[in-house]
Design a protein around this ligand. Structure first.
Ligand SMILES: Cc1cc2nc3c(=O)[nH]c(=O)nc-3n(C[C@H](O)[C@H](O)[C@H](O)COP(=O)(O)O)c2cc1C
Length: 270
C-alpha cells in the first residue's frame, strides 16, 4: 500500500490538540499545497482567513453551536466561497462599459456561481486537511460556520459575494485522540452505484444501519424517545436548533446574494 492511501484510510477528525504550536514553515507548506487544489476554470473562487485573534476564536465557539475546542485549536482556517474578488476585478476591468458597448446586460453572480465557489473552497479545505494529516496535524471541520451569517459577515468584514462555507480547526492530536478508533462508514453498496442512482426500501435501510443501531442503542430498545437511528438522528441533528439556524442563515445569505441592489459595491476599496 502506498503512503497516501494508508494516510487516507486512517484519517479521522481530531477535536483535542496538544498545546504545541504549528510553525510558520509548516503553515506555509500547508498553504502551498492548499493553493494547488483543483479550482473551477483556474479561477480560485475562494479565500482563506486564518483566525489568529483569540477573542474571535472565543466568539466562534459560541456562534458555531458552542464547540469549545475551536478556541483551543492552534490553527483555525476559515474557507470562504468568494465571487467578490472576480466581480470587483470585472468592475475595474471595465466590464460594465464593455457590456454597454456590446449592448448586453452585465450579469451579477448568481446561485450557480455560488455553488461553484463553494466547490472550490471545500476542495481547498480538504486539501489542507490531507496535507496537514501527512504532517502529523489533525483537523476537524466546523459546518456550523454556516450559521449566524449576519454575525460572521460583520466579524470578518465579508462583502456580499463571499460566504463562509467551512471552518477547519488544526492541531497536533493528543494521545487520546491518536488512540481513538475510526468511525464507521456505510457499506459501499449503499453509497457507490454504477450508471444509475438507487433508492432503498425498509429492509435495505435496516441492513445499512444495523451496525450503527447496535453501536448507538446497544441492548436499549429506546434512546431519548427514539426507536431507531432514523428517529434519533432526525431529532438530534436534522430537526435540531442548529439545523434550523443553519437553514435560516443560509436563506438570509441567499437573499443577500441574489438581491439586485447596490450593496455589492459597499465594500469595494475606494
Ligand atoms: C461539512 C462537515 C461539517 C462538520 N462539522 C462538524 C462540526 O461542526 N463539529 C464537529 O465536531 N465535527 C464536524 N465535522 C466532522 C464530522 O463529525 C466527522 O467527519 C464525522 O463524524 C466522521 O468522523 P471522522 O472524520 O473521524 O471519520 C464535520 C465534517 C464535515 C465534512
Amino acid at each position: 500500500m502506498n503512503q497516501t492511501l494508508a494516510l487516507l484510510l486512517k484519517r479521522k477528525s481530531v477535536r483535542a490538540y496538544k498545546s504545541k504550536q504549528i510553525s510558520k514553515e509548516i503553515k506555509d507548506s500547508i498553504l502551498a499545497a492548499t493553493l494547488r487544489a483543483p479550482t473551477a476554470g483556474n479561477m480560485m473562487l475562494y479565500s482563506i482567513i486564518e483566525v489568529k485573534d483569540q477573542a474571535t476564536k472565543d466568539r466562534l465557539v459560541k456562534t458555531c453551536d458552542n464547540q469549545p475546542f475551536i478556541a483551543k485549536a492552534p490553527l483555525v482556517l476559515l474557507f470562504l466561497a468568494d465571487y467578490q474578488r472576480w466581480y470587483d476585478y470585472f468592475r475595474v476591468s471595465g466590464v460594465k462599459q464593455h457590456c454597454e458597448q456590446k449592448k448586453i446586460a452585465m450579469r451579477k453572480p448568481q446561485e450557480g456561481d455560488l455553488f461553484l465557489a463553494c466547490c472550490d473552497a471545500l476542495i481547498a479545505a480538504q486539501t489542507a486537511v490531507i496535507v496537514s494529516e501527512s504532517l502529523g496535524i489533525g483537523s476537524c471541520y466546523i459546518g456550523d460556520i454556516m450559521e449566524n451569517y449576519e454575525t460572521h459577515k460583520i466579524l470578518f468584514d465579508l462583502p456580499k459575494y463571499v460566504f463562509p462555507i467551512t471552518l477547519v480547526c488544526f492541531g497536533y492530536p493528543t494521545k487520546q485522540q491518536q488512540k481513538r478508533t475510526l468511525t464507521q462508514r456505510f457499506d459501499k453498496k449503499y453509497i457507490f452505484f454504477e450508471d444509475h442512482y438507487k433508492r432503498f426500501e425498509k429492509e435495505a435501510f435496516e441492513d445499512m444501519y444495523r451496525e450503527r443501531q447496535a453501536q448507538m442503542f446497544g441492548k436499549k430498545k429506546e434512546l431519548k424517545g427514539a426507536l431507531n437511528v432514523g428517529q434519533e438522528m432526525y431529532q438530534r441533528k436534522f430537526d435540531s436548533g442548529f439545523a434550523h439556524e443553519m437553514n435560516r442563515s443560509v436563506q438570509a445569505m441567499l437573499r443577500a446574494w441574489g438581491t439586485d441592489d447596490t450593496a455589492c459595491h459597499n465594500n469595494v476599496p475606494k
